[in-house]
Design a protein around this ligand. Structure first.
Ligand code: S3P
Length: 443
């Protein structure tokens, strides 16, 4: 286990977070099923997206990775060109790989076994097992078919109409992918909108998708067209810098080329509602997704009530939003976020526990947390619980707290953002160089 010591520093610079993790998984999986070659650029360098590529290769897909810059060439094998894997498929820590891949495997007439690390094996899989079975796939798992390892023998699927109990993009995407193989249409009724990268990509690959309010209907297709994808920077990774810039007493940070798809950009809305001074520049569309450069400066934040349909649009950013709330005036209440309990860690419990060690006035709610902003944290030893989002949130907490903060289990960040600690050192050091009157714009 690696530890990282972080101390306060002035902050300035430009950060280009890695390629969006959600878009990367989808670009790889859907292009693997397309007929022909596709090029993906800025594919996420994180461990989760490497797990997706490993599994696709084990299913007979050729993926060439060039030069370590996130460029991939994927040779799509067509919807029916995958081959039975000769071994268990290991998704590591990646819930998105597990659930989307399960949808894909449910369409295949062969046997696959899917497993992952300890955290992954503790996460609920019944949310996909039940509807996939309803579509006609055979799926078995541990603990009453609710946990991985999962054993899947697919094929011969039929379209269903399914009312989703949770607003989960992973469940939605799993079933849309399985629906590509079904006889008849698949209709999903969502309780609230969640990230829509799968829908955007499927449409561009030739799949007829209809939306009627929160209902989504997909028709099966003969083939998918390959789609070149330039992956924008991940807003979930950018969120750490947005919070750092806003809460720091003397900060100004820009995140460049970041995806601001409205189904993902809830953190921007929440921070702006709390009074963050954020500027969105160079808004553009790239490959069916909205992209921009976002600059955040030292702000006087105000507590807020976070809940309802905003929650699925910022679900992965709740730990760092809780950190922001420590520096806001008044109380912030986050509700309707019980899903956090079944992420890579129980993020309600781990966020409250670790921020408390730094002196935060924060308490657990069954479906969220309540934070009384004091404007002050004090450095201490804290623990990532093997959760990448906790590791990074605590790294930023270390920049904002008085004294030194020691983040144990810092290596967890590499699941989504392998360069996180390097970037942190760079923007903090850049600020120190700025004090010594050299250019403050670090790139
Ligand atoms: C993801 C969806 C979310 C999110 C996860 C990535 C995706 O999970 O927490 O990090 O790429 O579809 P749920 O769909 O389970 O909410």
């Amino acid at each position: 286990m690696r530890q990282q010591v972080v101390a306060p520093a002035r902050l300035s610079g430009v950060v280009r977070p890695p390629g969006d993790k959600s878009i990367s998984h989808r670009a790889a999986m859907l292009n693997a099923l397309a007929t022909g070659q596709a090029r993906v650029t800025n594919y996420s360098a994180g461990g989760d997206c490497a797990s997706t590529l490993r599994c696709l290769r084990a299913l007979g897909v050729q993926v060439q990775a060039g030069g370590g810059d996130g460029s991939l060439v994927i040779e799509g094998v067509g919807l029916h060109g995958l081959r039975e894997p000769s071994d268990v498929l290991d998704v590591g820590n990646s819930g998105t790989t597990a659930r989307l891949l399960a949808g894909l495997l449910a369409g295949q007439p062969f046997l696959s076994v899917l497993t992952g690390d300890r955290s992954l094996r503790s996460r609920p899989m019944d949310r996909i097992v039940r509807p996939l079975r309803e579509m006609g796939a055979q799926v078995l798992g541990r603990e009453g078919d609710s946990r991985a390892p999962l054993v899947i023998r697919g094929g011969n699927l039929r379209g269903i109409e399914y009312r989703m109990p949770v607003a989960s993009a992973q469940v939605k995407s799993c079933l849309l992918i399985a629906g590509l193989y079904a006889r008849g249409a698949t209709t999903l009724r969502q309780p609230a909108p969640s990230r829509d990268h799968t829908e955007r990509m499927l449409r561009r690959m030739g799949v007829p998708l209809r939306e009627d309010g929160l209902a989504l209907t997909a028709e099966p297709v003969e083939a998918l067209m390959p789609l070149d994808v330039r992956v924008p920077a991940d807003i979930s990774s950018a969120a750490y810098w947005l919070v750092a810039g806003a809460c720091h007493p003397d900060g100004r940070l820009t995140v460049a080329d970041v995806g601001i798809n409205p189904t993902r950009a809830g953190i921007l809305e929440a921070l702006q509602a709390m009074g963050a001074r954020a500027t969105i520049a160079h808004r553009r569309e790239e490959g069916g997704e909205e992209v921009a450069d976002v600059t955040v400066e030292t702000s006087r934040l105000q507590g807020a009530e976070i809940g309802g349909e905003l929650v699925p649009r910022l679900i992965d950013e709740v730990p760092v939003l809780a950190l922001a709330a420590c520096f806001a005036r008044g109380t912030t209440v986050i509700r309707g976020a019980a899903e956090l309990r079944v992420k890579e860690s129980d993020r309600i419990r781990t966020t409250v526990r670790e921020l408390s060690r730094l002196g935060a006035h924060i308490r657990e709610l069954p479906d969220g947390m309540e934070v009384h902003g004091t404007g002050k944290l004090v450095g201490a030893a804290v623990q990532s619980h093997g959760d990448h989002r906790l590791a990074m949130m605590l790294g930023i907490a270390g920049l904002l707290a008085q004294g030194e903060t020691e983040v144990r289990g810092a290596e967890a960040a590499s699941v989504s953002y392998p360069g996180f600690w390097r970037d942190l050192e760079r923007v903090a050091q850049g600020a120190r160089r700025a004090e010594a009157a050299v250019p403050s714009r670090v790139e």
